[in-house]
Write a protein that binds this ligand. Structure first.
Ligand code: FAD
Ligand code: FO1
Length: 463
């Protein structure tokens, strides 16, 4: 059934889709009717394995193809800051799809109701969806599976090595998943075929999307959008080009310096699926840059990122104390009653009112720019553990703030990053100390010895 989309083996990368990217979530007898792609995590037209697979299926069946996106009224604490970024990207998706004879439908409401209604109303023959390990997404999917009578396929369009192909279990750390990913990477690291103008036209009415009207369906906070980073697929490619030309050569040296602009800034685009990690990796692989920089970047983009998906996929308690490894729970339990020299409320953290100017600057970077530097994220989360009454409370506060203010929040990378910092996930035990027990410690003085703390604080203050 799932043959490669096309194959071009030679001196070049294969232009093909490995069938292991696809899982059947619901079997059903063949039914003639359109193929529908339920787009959610991978919000782009180019380099999208889910869309390419849906088109291949529609072509085999000689039927129309449509894309639906279901806009939910609130999503894990996201505000206008993030919804605005997403909706502008989706508007671009609608326009690019139209050029390919593929209509885009923006539904509003709960996906477990709206997707089955759409399938029923349009007498669709098959549904394709993109993969996401988050709990809420799985609940939506389970709801849809129960209500539809059509075939449902799931495609991992986000990871280079599909989550289920990378490993069948929760991995201990980068050191255990790295060799597994490396072993199978050549089987998945293919060039993307081009999406084609769809040959069979949609028969029904295609309503004009009311991009302003649907804002009324949202129940979200009005935190304003940021203007230093622009959304959308085209812009993502521009940011990638700037990164390749200007920052990749010094990535290994500068990525951990919050006072330098050494990171790619691709995370918001990767989070909303406005660019494929696989496109980024293909371009980095081909860049004429020394191997150390390329390897350092690909370690983050492939190994660390896919490790986060692995964690959320196989550990349903990914955002809870109960999701920490046993050694970490034990050591944190042993230190529950330790005296906290500083103890802050959520509001004090939120308004950056701690005694530590470096921590406050990191918090303000997140609030104002919507993107905290990667190195500061570790320090920021670890201090929340040190300055709250319990690890459970620390998790709650860190996740709340991360999901509310980061453009790239509400993502497996966020839950894994926070669980690493507070709960030793993917890390090892370190020397024992108060409150943190054997969880790795970070200090202001440690930061001072690594980068120009004053320069970082000044840069944030002048934002
Ligand atoms: P670059 O350094 O340019 O890296 C490129 C890409 O590699 C990133 O976009 C990301 O996809 C991946 N990557 C880099 N570092 C990591 C990492 N440590 N773990 C997993 N993938 C990584 N990342 C998010 O995308 N969303 C979050 O909400 C998030 N929250 C975090 C919270 C904490 C407490 C910690 C410690 C880390 C968190 N990270 C999160 C991971 C990482 O800090 C960010 O991905 C990175 O800073 C994003 O900036 P960039 O794209 O410019 O990174
Ligand atoms: N996915 C959807 O299918 N519908 C939404 O309305 C939606 C809103 C949303 C808002 C902020 C945000 O950060 C993500 C949002 N997503 C939505 C999901 C997103 O695309 C990602 O799939 C997950 O957050 C991470 O895997």
């Amino acid at each position: 059934m799932h043959l490669p989309i096309s194959q071009q083996v030679g001196n070049f990368r294969r232009i093909t889709m490995n069938p292991m990217r696809v899982r059947t979530l619901k079997e059903a007898p063949y039914k003639k009717g359109s193929v529908i792609l339920w787009m959610s995590r991978d919000q782009r037209v180019n380099d999208n394995w889910a869309l390419l697979f849906a088109q291949k299926l529609a072509n085999e069946r000689k039927v129309p193809l449509a894309v639906v996106f279901c806009l939910v009224p609130d999503f894990l604490g996201a505000a206008m800051k993030q919804y605005g970024f997403m909706l502008k990207g989706l508007h671009e998706v609608e326009e690019s799809l139209a050029k390919n004879n593929i209509p885009f439908f923006l539904l509003t409401g709960a996906p477990e109701n709206e997707i089955p209604k759409f399938i029923e109303k349009n007498k669709a023959g098959a549904l394709v969806k993109d993969f996401d390990p988050l709990r809420i997404k799985r609940q939506w999917t389970d709801g849809v599976v129960k209500k539809i009578g059509t075939l449902l396929y799931e495609v991992d369009a986000h990871n280079i090595v599909p989550c289920w192909a990378a490993s069948p279990k929760q991995e201990y750390g980068a050191y255990t998943i790295r060799p597994k990913i490396k072993r199978v990477l050549p089987e998945f690291f293919d060039e993307f075929p081009k999406l084609k103008k769809h040959p069979v036209l949609w028969q029904g009415k295609i309503p004009k999307t009311d991009w302003f009207g649907m804002l009324k369906t949202l129940r979200i906070d009005t935190l304003p959008e940021v203007d230093w980073i622009k959304p959308g697929e085209k812009q993502a490619l521009r940011i990638l080009k700037t990164f390749l030309d200007k920052k990749l050569p010094s990535y290994a040296l500068k990525r951990n310096d919050p006072a330098a602009d050494g990171q790619s800034n691709l995370s918001p685009y990767l989070h909303f699926g406005q660019i494929a990690a696989q496109r980024v990796a293909l371009e980095v692989e081909n860049a004429s840059v020394d191997k150390a920089s390329r390897d350092a970047f690909l370690e983050e983009l492939i190994v660390r990122r896919e490790l986060s998906d692995n964690f959320c996929f196989y550990n349903t308690q990914y955002d809870k104390f109960e999701g920490f490894p046993e050694w970490a729970r034990k050591t944190l339990n042993a230190h529950r009653k330790d005296r906290r020299v500083y103890s802050y409320t959520l509001k004090q953290f939120e308004y950056a009112k701690t005694h530590d100017e470096l921590w406050n600057a990191a918090q303000m970077e997140m609030v104002k720019r919507g993107k905290m530097h990667g190195y500061m994220r570790m320090y920021w989360a670890k201090k929340i553990l040190e300055w709250t009454e319990s690890p459970e409370k620390a998790m709650e506060i860190a996740i709340y703030l991360n999901d509310r203010y980061e453009l790239d929040g509400r993502d497996p990378n966020g839950y894994a990053g926070i669980a690493w910092s507070i709960g030793g996930v993917h890390d090892r035990a370190w020397d024992e100390r108060p409150i943190l027990g054997k969880i790795r410690y970070m200090s202001y003085n440690g930061c001072k010895s690594k980068f120009d703390v004053k320069r970082y604080i000044q840069a944030i203050t002048s934002l």
